[in-house]
Design a protein around this ligand. Sequence first.
Ligand SMILES: [Zn+2]
Length: 366
Amino acid sequence: MELARSGSVLGERASPKQVTCRVSSANEPVSRTVVLDIEGTEWSCDCTGRDAVCVHVAAAAIALRQARKAGASLPVAKIEAATVGYRFQRSSAGLVLDRVLVRGGREEPLQTTLSALTSGRIAGPPLMPTAADLEVDVALGSKRHGWFSREVLGPVFDKLDDAADVRLDSETIRLSRERAGVRGKVEDQADGFRLSIEQDPAIVEIFANGVARCGDTLKVVADPPLTGRELDDLRRGLSFGPDRIHELVSEVLPSLRKRIPVDVRTRKLPEVVRLRPRLQLQTEQEGDALSILPSIVYGEPVCARVAGDRLISVGRARCRCATRQRRSASLGSCSRGSPSPPASASCFAEMRRWPSPAGWAPSTPR
Ligand SMILES: [Zn+2]
């Protein structure tokens, strides 16, 4: 295998289950990242090759086997090519970023653009840049290093999500494409609930250029997609008493969860289930007449019932109904009462056309 023989495979990191290698070749401007499962049953490569096993995976597997035979945990590239490292430093204005070329355990600042080096316009050491390194090179533009706004850092973090060689001062740190910001929370309050927002509790440090440190991960801070009024209300906290729990569970929380993460810090919040509505007819004999009370209900047994414009929970369960279908248009002739025989016949004929639960079949009154 030419790639493995030419020493273009560099072991990047090893975990008990996986090995990550960087594979480069003379005819490709970027190196490829190959992840090999230790048991040899699974692998991945970030190239666009369509073969089940591309040349990069094959080269990495051969190089890893050779390294293990020689007693090493990771392959060492025989041609010493430089990789790109990212170095963040704390400053009074926020984080500043420098890129370095790492070669043989030594670092030197990257003084030019990567594209100038890879194209040969400027002389430099042999390089093993990843596709992400080249994309970051473009995203940083002509400024190359120093202080960047979060508008620039956002796309950089997206491309370097989980990149191997990133440090904050002297610590190894991870970059994430996830955004940091506020989280919603639902807590018990008297016999109802309180909904509010707070800064993500995972944030331990915030930098002036809009980056937050969450443990060993840096994330760009994003403005929550909430209106000014929503922000004010949620910062103060919104109360939902027993008569508004349905509104909280079926409307307010689903809408909020589409925009920010929400933590439920109570076990009392009713479970959300999706149920199809069905028609229930309650019949009662009143003398010689039959009284019929139609209603739209959810669940078997019934856990909610439509009353006017509201959904009323029945028993302990409370439900969110996916669709509050109404068939009230045809209920007019069948509302509670004792229809005359001709009206009853027309009413039952109408009911036969409604979708009904299995086993339900009204008999036509005589
Ligand atoms: Zn590949």
